[in-house]
Design a protein around this ligand. Structure first.
Ligand code: DGY
Length: 329
C-alpha cells in the first residue's frame, strides 16, 4: 500500500506529528506562522490523503468540492463550526475532534475572566502603566462581589461543568443552567437547577456561555437578551464570538444594562485594536486561548493524531463528529 500522506495545516505540538510518523505516515507541515489562504489549503490538501486542521481553516462547500478525495479530517479543537459537517458526511469523510481534554483549561479561562472582570484587573493594570496609581481612594476602582452569587451556565456540558465546579468550590455560588435538554448527571453532581432561558437571564449574577456554535445558538445573546439581565451582572463567553451580538453587547455595557463582560472569543477574530470593548473598565478580552496550556495542547495533538491512526488501522475514529460518514464508506 502507498504511504498515507497527512497534511498538518498549522504548526502543531510535536506530540501529534511524532505519533503519526511512528505509525508510518508521511507528514507535511505548513510551516508558516499564519493560516493558509483557502486556495493554498486546497492546493496542498489535494496532495494528501488526510488533513489535520484547526478552527482557522474554513472547510466549506467550495473546499469540499475541490477536496472530496480526503479520507479523513482531524480537527485540533473540540468545536467544529469552521467545517461544513453535512457536506463532509455526504462525501463520506469522517471528522475527528478533541473533546474532554480541554475542558479544565477552558473553564480556567472562564473562571479567570470572571474574577478579572469583577475586579477590573486589566483596566487597573492599564492605569498603572499610564502613571495613574495615585493614592488609596476608598470609593474608587470598586469591583463587584461574587461570593454566594448565582452562576448561570448557557450550555452545561463538560466545560460548563468544570466552570461550575470552580465557582462552587471557590465562591459557594448557586448554579442554574439552560440547555436544549436537561443534564441530570450535572444536576446531581453540581446541585444545578435547570431553568428556561428567560429565568437564566433574569437570575444570573454571572452568566457564562459554554455552548457550541450552531444555528440555534448564533446571536442568542442580543439586545433583547441583555435587556433581561441584571444591571449588576457579568457576561462571560469562552465558546464562540458569534453566540453574542457584539454591537448589542457594546451597547448593553455602555448603557449600564449589564455591569461587565469577560470574553475569550470575539466576532471577528482577531478583534480590531480600535474596538470600544478594549477601552472599557469592566471588560476583559483575551485572544481565544481557552485550551492554550502546554499539557492540554499536547494532549489535543495526541488525540487528533490517534483519530487518524485508528481510522486507517481499524476504520474507527475514537472521537468522531459524524460517525455516519464512516458507515457510508
Ligand atoms: C476549541 O477547541 O473549540 C477551541 O475553541 C479552540 O482551541
Amino acid at each position: 500500500m502507498d504511504t498515507i500522506k497527512v497534511l498538518l495545516a498549522r504548526i502543531l505540538p510535536d506530540t501529534g506529528a511524532e505519533l503519526l510518523r511512528a505509525a508510518g505516515f508521511s507528514v507535511t507541515t505548513w510551516n508558516e506562522d499564519r493560516p493558509m489562504s483557502q486556495e493554498e489549503l486546497i492546493e496542498n490538501t489535494k496532495k494528501h490523503n488526510a488533513l489535520f486542521c484547526t478552527i482557522t481553516e474554513k472547510l466549506d462547500k467550495r473546499f469540499f468540492s475541490k477536496c472530496s478525495h480526503l479520507d479523513i479530517i482531524s480537527q485540533f479543537a473540540v468545536g467544529y463550526d469552521n467545517i461544513d459537517v453535512e457536506e463532509a458526511t455526504r462525501l463520506g469523510i469522517p471528522i475527528g475532534h478533541t473533546p474532554d481534554v480541554l475542558s479544565e483549561a477552558t473553564a480556567d479561562i472562564a473562571f479567570g475572566l470572571m474574577i478579572a472582570t469583577s475586579r477590573k484587573f486589566l483596566h487597573l493594570h492599564k492605569k498603572i502603566l499610564k502613571g495613574q496609581w495615585s493614592y488609596f481612594r476608598p470609593t474608587a476602582d470598586l469591583g463587584i462581589e461574587i461570593t454566594n452569587k448565582t452562576l448561570g451556565i448557557f450550555g452545561l456540558g463538560r466545560i460548563g461543568s468544570e466552570m461550575a465546579k470552580r465557582c462552587i468550590g471557590a465562591y459557594n455560588m448557586k448554579v442554574i443552567y439552560h440547555n436544549r435538554k436537561p443534564n441530570p448527571k450535572a444536576e446531581k453532581e453540581l446541585n444545578a437547577e435547570y431553568v428556561d432561558f428567560t429565568t437564566l437571564l433574569a437570575k444570573s449574577d454571572v452568566l457564562s456561555v459554554h455552548c457550541a456554535l450552531n444555528s440555534n445558538s448564533q446571536g442568542v445573546f442580543d439586545k433583547d437578551a441583555f435587556k433581561q439581565m441584571k444591571p449588576t451582572s457579568i457576561f462571560i463567553n469562552t465558546s464562540r464570538g458569534s453566540v453574542h451580538n457584539e454591537k448589542d453587547l457594546i451597547e448593553a455595557l455602555q448603557s449600564g444594562t449589564i455591569w461587565g463582560a469577560g470574553l475569550d472569543v470575539t466576532n471577528p477574530e482577531p478583534i480590531l485594536p480600535d474596538n470600544p470593548l478594549l477601552e472599557m473598565d469592566n471588560v476583559t478580552v483575551l485572544p481565544h486561548i481557552g485550551s492554550a496550556n502546554k499539557e492540554t495542547r499536547d494532549k489535543m495533538a495526541v488525540i487528533a493524531a490517534n483519530n487518524i491512526i485508528e481510522f486507517y488501522k481499524n476504520k474507527r475514529v475514537p472521537h468522531v463528529i459524524n460517525p455516519k460518514a464512516i458507515r457510508e464508506k
